[in-house]
Design a binder for this molecule. Structure first.
Ligand SMILES: Cc1ncc(COP(=O)(O)O)c(C=O)c1O
Length: 330
């Protein structure tokens, strides 16, 4: 559905916690050539003469110049960057980045004409025109604010660039929304989907994905509590019956902070998390678990489709847990 020249693999933030070098090597071996990162440092880690590396985040002037010297392609999203790049002896290739509602980086509709004018006067070569969707499920909904801003952006691009100019605009949810609605997609920068998540239950049916990351932690103790006893800090959970608990050696020090885990997986069963997660431990209620459990067995914290209800938490989980814990690539 998307040809290789329009498919950008987002490997920023250590490839969402999966290991930037490992993910790059694996994708490169499979023929992927376009990669997006957020910093010069990340770009240098995966430098390869046959790959095009795009740096999406704004860079300070010295990094911007170095990025261009190294052959990386920066996103240009501020006037200051145009000035810095215009002073280079050889005009570099850039991505012209527009803001259509994120209100983060990029030229807004009222800024983009002047910015483009300056880019053309200084002979900077536009590789592609980019934007990023703030509400990627809404942009296919006719009449939604996101759809109106997106259509206005595409019209502006077609009014100001030659027909062949590349557009990169869709993230995982954007691409899946197109697939679901049978709309031909423009260029895609895909992160979440590469790592096996759609980011939305509504979009799960668009393609079948399997999570790449599986995060396991050992059970270090098993204990029984009586009805009425409370568990963990603040006594936030009270046993409603005599209960068997498993203490798993994983906590917010391993990247679980702020994540609302309801269950961990124990073999085929889901064991509810009870009480407050602590720095190094999480407590599971295993009273109803059928399979006998022993100290030393593993609980799967992340990797199950049921692990986290909230889409955004998938990003937090992968980036935090993947980077804070020992990783084994298989
Ligand atoms: C500018 C930009 N493009 C693309 C992506 C990829 O988004 P997703 O992981 O939802 O596919 C991101 C992720 O945060 C991003 O910041």
């Amino acid at each position: 559905m998307v040809d290789p020249e329009n498919f950008y693999a987002v490997v920023k933030t250590d490839a969402y916690g999966h290991g930037i070098k490992q993910v790059f090597d694996r994708l490169f071996a499979q023929g992927q050539r376009l990669f997006c990162v957020d910093s010069l440092d990340e770009a240098l880690q995966i430098r390869h003469k046959e790959a095009q590396i795009f740096i999406m985040s704004p860079l300070c002037p010295s990094d911007l110049v170095k990025a261009c010297d190294e052959g990386f392609i920066p996103f240009v999203s501020r006037q200051k960057e145009i000035e810095v790049l215009s002073s280079l002896a050889r005009p570099p290739e850039i991505v012209f980045h527009c803001d259509i509602g994120m209100n983060r980086f990029g030229f807004t509709p009222s800024q983009r004409d002047a910015a483009l004018d300056k880019i053309q006067k200084n002979a900077l070569k536009v590789h592609s025109v980019s934007t990023h969707l703030a509400q990627a499920e809404d942009f296919v909904e006719e009449g939604s604010q996101m759809a109106l801003s997106y259509d206005d952006f595409l019209k502006w691009v077609s009014d100001h660039f030659p027909k062949e100019v590349k557009v990169q605009a869709l993230n995982t949810k954007g691409l899946l929304s197109c697939i679901k609605k049978n709309i031909k997609p423009v260029g895609c920068r895909i992160g979440l989907g590469l790592y096996g998540w759609s980011g939305s239950k509504f979009l799960d049916s668009a393609v079948s994905l399997k999570p790449v990351m599986r995060f396991k932690a050992p059970v270090v103790a098993i204990k029984d509590v009586q009805k009425g006893q409370t568990v963990s800090y603040g006594g936030l959970w009270t046993a409603q019956r005599q209960s068997r608990l498993a203490i798993v050696a994983v906590g917010y020090g391993n990247g679980l902070a702020g994540l609302e885990f309801k269950f961990f997986e124990l073999g085929p069963d889901l064991a509810p998390v009870v009480g407050q997660i602590t720095m190094g431990y999480t407590i599971l209620d295993i009273t109803d678990i059928n399979k006998p459990l022993n100290v030393g067995d593993s609980a799967v914290v992340f990797g199950s489709q049921k692990a986290l209800d909230k889409d955004l938490q998938l990003y937090w989980a992968m980036t935090a847990m993947g980077r804070l814990n020992p990783r084994k690539c298989i």
